[in-house]
Design a protein. Structure first.
Length: 524
């Protein structure tokens, strides 16, 4: 696909993916590469612009990440952010040193709005700063185009050479006009036309899949999660019945979820494909009987998935392609893209490729961020409820039940969880209707879990000895850290009442206040 490209060179900053996402929000396709990427490779890609990210180092220190000076002589516009800005100045003859005052947080900044980068901005606006070092002297040819009280060079440019250095972080939402600054960079400086749009992505992908697959057969493990569902939708539009989706219902899905997936992708749904649903509940409950250690449960569920899938694949026979719902953050996080090489520990379908007979892997969503996957899903006509589903772990309710998993416990947690989600969703919608904005407490992930604890209660005139359900709700941006969401007490109270009255086997409801760390988001 011949589209415009802006590349991000990653120096280990915490916002590396955010930079690329923001550029894509400007309708310009953007990829992340490590600072160790050879300049020849970058020249070959012929990008319209290059952005250097922030990073934790000091550029003047021995062994700090750097890049060849040639990068700034290619005639391609370069935008350095934070560390990237300092490195640009350092390499081109400016001076970077420890700042007398460390700037951190929202900072009032003055802009020279005659700069192409700051076109249509107000002269004074707030930016997000986070740095120990600062540019004390710009490199020859550079003009200062922004400053703060403590930072004389908040931005500098060499317009003729199309080099721009910004000390702050335009990619962070706290930078009030950050989006406009990045948009000015890609449009006013790099001269992009903005050809990255989801409708054309879908159209181009369908064409590319058809070309690649020819009349071959494709097999996809469909979990009902966002990524594999969108992959299924896309492949189905491209190759119809040449695609077979195997959906393993392990009996650890949320209430009615198996039927919902079948309604969308099964024979009654709108998608043309071969849909195989395997109802493997009993088989899973059998394997999980007597197992209470969380890692052991995860392992059993993962391995059993492979066994079931393998059996189905054998019935289908050899296929040409095995499709996977890999998305761009998976690629970056597994160290193939950017610099922050954290190997993803949460694998839904670990080990599959070795056990199924196929020629090639096909990953139609490999270039997309999550929000783009969602947009593509809507474009393909996949129902909103499915596209905006909250994250759900591969091992499902198996890791939301403390201790041994049984069919009875799964039913309890499914029913309690459905009530909880319904009430939170209703309350959030009500708040938004009344106030015109999203409620400040709306969690990013919320679910019920079953503690393995039973305690004495009283119901009617009878003594009970039943389970306690735990309600979990967190607010988080990256799912690496999280805070308990402050769901209004009356909402929790209503949920408690309904669960006690409607779910047999529960006589106590608790709210989990734990943040992450020290807790995790799941409760296993
Ligand atoms: P924790 O519990 O580790 O969860 O704080 C962080 C995020 O990851 C999700 N999660 C998983 N996702 N397979 C997945 O696809 C898994 O095995 C898995 N375990 C946890 C969790 O729901 C949360 O969003």
């Amino acid at each position: 696909m011949n589209r415009e490209l802006v590349i991000v060179i990653d120096f280990g900053g915490q916002y590396n993916q955010l930079v690329a996402r923001r550029v894509r929000e400007c309708n310009v396709y953007c990829e992340i590469y490590s600072y160790k990427t050879d300049i020849e490779k970058i020249k070959e890609m012929n990008p319209k612009g290059i952005i250097l990210t922030g990073g934790p180092n000091s550029c003047y220190e021995e062994g700090a990440p750097t890049y060849t000076k040639e990068l700034f002589e290619l005639g391609i516009p370069v935008l350095g952010l934070c560390y990237g800005a300092q490195l640009m100045q350092h390499i081109l003859g400016g001076k970077v040193e420890k700042a007398p005052v460390r700037e951190y947080g929202k900072t009032e900044t003055h802009f020279d709005v005659t700069s192409k980068l700051f076109k249509d901005l107000e002269e004074d606006s707030v930016v997000w700063m986070s740095h120990f070092d600062y540019i004390s002297q710009t490199a020859p040819g550079f003009k200062i185009v922004a400053n703060t009280a403590d930072c004389p060079v908040a931005a500098a440019e060499d317009e003729a050479k199309k080099l721009y250095a910004i000390q702050f972080h335009p990619e962070v939402l706290h930078t009030v006009r950050g989006k406009e600054i990045l948009s000015n960079y890609v449009y006013n400086v790099c001269g992009c036309a903005g050809d990255w749009k989801m409708d054309s992505f879908v159209e181009e992908s369908i064409k590319a899949i058809r070309e690649k697959v020819g009349d071959g057969k494709v097999l996809l493990a469909l979990s009902g999660g966002v990524d594999s569902s969108v992959a299924a939708g896309l492949l189905s539009k491209a190759i119809g019945k040449q695609l077979t989706c195997v959906f393993v219902d392990h009996g650890l899905l949320r209430k009615n979820e198996g039927d919902e997936v079948e309604a969308v992708f099964g024979p009654q749904g709108d998608f043309d494909l071969n849909f195989i649903r395997v109802n493997a509940q009993d088989r899973y409950y059998g394997k999980l009987a007597g197992v209470s250690e969380p890692e052991a449960k995860r392992k059993i569920i993962g391995e059993e998935f492979i066994r079931v899938f393998e059996e189905e694949a054998k019935k289908i026979g050899a296929v040409d392609f095995l499709a996977q719902g890999t998305i761009y953050p998976d690629v970056v996080e597994s160290g193939l893209g950017g610099e922050s090489a954290v190997i993803k520990s949460h694998h839904n379908v670990g080990g599959l490729p070795d056990t199924v007979d196929f020629k090639e892997i096909i990953e139609p969503l490999r270039d997309l961020f999550k929000d783009e996957v969602r947009k593509a899903g809507l474009e393909l006509g996949i129902p909103k409820e499915l596209v905006f589903r909250q994250p759900f772990p591969g091992p499902g309710l198996g890791i939301r039940i403390i201790g041994e998993v049984t069919g009875e416990k799964v039913k309890i947690v499914q029913d309690a969880d459905a009530i909880y989600r319904e009430e939170v969703d209703n309350a959030a919608a009500q708040y938004e209707k009344e106030n015109g904005v999203e409620a400040p407490w709306v969690p990013n992930q919320y679910f019920a879990a079953l503690t393995n604890m039973r305690s004495v209660g009283v119901m009617g005139d009878e003594r009970t000895y039943d389970y306690a359900v735990a309600l979990r709700a967190v607010r988080t941006i990256d799912f690496m850290t999280a805070e308990a969401a402050e769901i209004p007490f009356e909402v929790l109270n209503k949920v408690m009442n309904r669960i006690i009255n409607e779910v047999k086997g529960v006589n106590r409801v608790m709210y989990d206040l734990t943040s992450k760390p020290p807790g995790t988001i799941e409760m296993e």
